[in-house]
Design a protein around this ligand. Structure first.
Ligand SMILES: Cc1cc2nc3c(=O)[nH]c(=O)nc-3n(C[C@H](O)[C@H](O)[C@H](O)COP(=O)(O)OP(=O)(O)OC[C@H]3O[C@@H](n4cnc5c(N)ncnc54)[C@H](O)[C@@H]3O)c2cc1C
Length: 409
């Protein structure tokens, strides 16, 4: 194997590049990125949060591995990535909390540290938090439909980091170490993957040039589904990955003592926030959002679907205004419509095409485990460290073996 092509220059690509050489690959890699800089798509538009609390064993193993990797990133790759284990705190109404309690043994058995909290204990982590609803005007709650909180789940090993720095460092480090082997082509958009029969032989760029390779890795995030569509006609050969807008808002910290020390907190209506350099980064996935390449942030959405809930649960958060028009944005999930999980593995029909996409809102936190797994599979034919990754194979859609992840934000 002389040359591997990676389509996309985001964190998944960077980690694959880094791990290929770490695991002993000796050939060349060409990374093809359509933008003028690396890591500028979903990687840098993400919330940069990580957690090992999942409902599927494969995600839990991938993130357990990845958290350890990120913890040692500085030592291994020589750059500080702002890794902070501030914890994750999920709050629940009664029925969901029962499910969480019943599931806790799975985390205990898999080295995922979690703590169940009583409603009145939440305030220790999130000052000003009120678990009841008696303080909310009944006419307001008729619209919000908030319920009393039955309990919370705290994950002390979860936290936040800077994915742009981590992603750029993977590329920079590998390029510095293997200057004659790594080629990074910026401003180069792949038009399609090219095949000889059903064997992958390279890619064609929009400018008409052809780059040949022994293996092509499709790691173009939210664009991956469309790149494959442009490359092959057969509906049966496609991947269920679509772009799906998710918005983030940087808002003022409320005037509540010690609020800057809260963990990543998930409250009613799926609203989540974490401290970010003196401000709060707030998000909520809109289930009504149509699929497509839309990046427009909508401040009204913040006010109506997010801030009302924040203010009702934590009085004082009504003052969390959006800082400026530049401090809100939309980015794209590489959303897997079938089971909201990454697709990792060789395509079952198109020989030498490797898929690494569809991470549906958890790609930056899984990048170390994904990069390692892709490198192992390509170089040795098997997943040696995280064997469970095998079930994320492309064939699962054909064999009706979906791996449904239920703890998706
Ligand atoms: C608002 C938001 C919040 C998120 N929060 C989190 C979070 O807290 N934690 C988490 O783990 N994940 C989060 N995610 C998801 C995460 O950002 C993605 O899963 C992850 O970035 C995927 O990485 P990637 O490298 O596959 O994709 P990307 O970072 O999008 O990289 C793909 C690259 O491919 C390039 N490309 C596309 N088409 C072509 C082409 N034709 N030719 C050449 N290059 C091309 C793009 O320009 C891009 O640079 C969030 C996403 C969003 C949008």
């Amino acid at each position: 194997m002389d040359r591997i092509i990676i389509i996309g220059g985001g964190i998944i690509s960077g980690s694959i590049l880094y791990h290929l050489y770490k695991k002993g690959y000796n050939g060349k890699v060409v990374v093809i990125e359509r933008k003028s800089q690396l890591s500028q798509e979903s990687t840098s538009l993400s919330a940069g949060a990580f957690r090992n609390i999942w409902s599927t064993i494969v995600n839990l193993k991938l993130t357990n591995y990845s958290i350890e990797f990120y913890k040692n990133f500085h030592r291994e790759l020589g750059t500080n990535i702002g890794f902070e284990q501030i914890g994750y705190l999920f709050t629940y109404y009664e029925k969901d909390f029962e499910d969480i309690k019943n599931f806790k043994h799975v985390w205990d058995e898999n080295n995922v540290r979690t703590e169940l909290l009583k409603p009145e204990e939440i305030e220790k982590f999130v000052p000003g938090y009120i678990p009841t609803i008696d303080h909310i005007e009944p006419e307001v709650n008729e619209i919000l439909n908030m319920k009393p909180i039955a309990g919370a789940l705290f994950g002390p090993d979860c936290g936040v980091f800077n994915p742009t720095t981590a992603s750029n460092r993977y590329f920079e480090y590998t390029k510095e170490k293997y200057p004659s082997k790594v080629e990074i082509k910026l401003n180069s958009e792949v038009k399609k993957i090219i095949f000889k029969g059903e064997e992958t032989i390279g890619v064609e760029l929009v400018d008409g040039s052809i780059i040949e390779g022994d293996i092509v890795i499709l790691a173009a995030g939210a664009f991956s589904g469309d790149i494959l569509k442009n490359s092959v006609d057969y509906p049966d050969y496609q991947i269920p990955v679509v772009p799906w807008k998710r918005m983030l808002f940087t808002v003022k910290m409320p005037d509540i003592k010690d609020f800057e020390k809260i963990p990543m907190t998930i409250i009613d209506n799926g609203v989540y926030f974490h401290p970010e350099k003196g401000n709060l980064l707030v998000g909520r996935a809109d289930p009504q959002q149509p699929f497509g390449y839309d990046y427009t942030p909508d401040p009204k959405y913040y006010e109506e679907q997010m801030n009302y809930y924040m203010a009702a649960r934590i009085p004082g958060m009504e003052y969390c205004r959006i800082i400026s028009p530049q401090s809100m944005w939309g980015g794209l999930y590489d959303h897997n419509t079938e089971d909201k999980n990454g697709i990792i593995g060789f395509h079952s029909h198109l020989k030498n095409l490797f898929i690494a996409t569809g991470f549906s809102g958890h790609g930056v936190m899984e990048s170390p485990g994904v990069g390692l797994s892709v490198a192992e599979k390509i170089l040795t034919g098997e997943y040696k460290t995280i064997k469970e990754v095998e079930i994320l194979k492309y064939e699962r859609f054909k064999n009706n073996q979906l791996i449904k992840e239920s703890i998706v934000i």
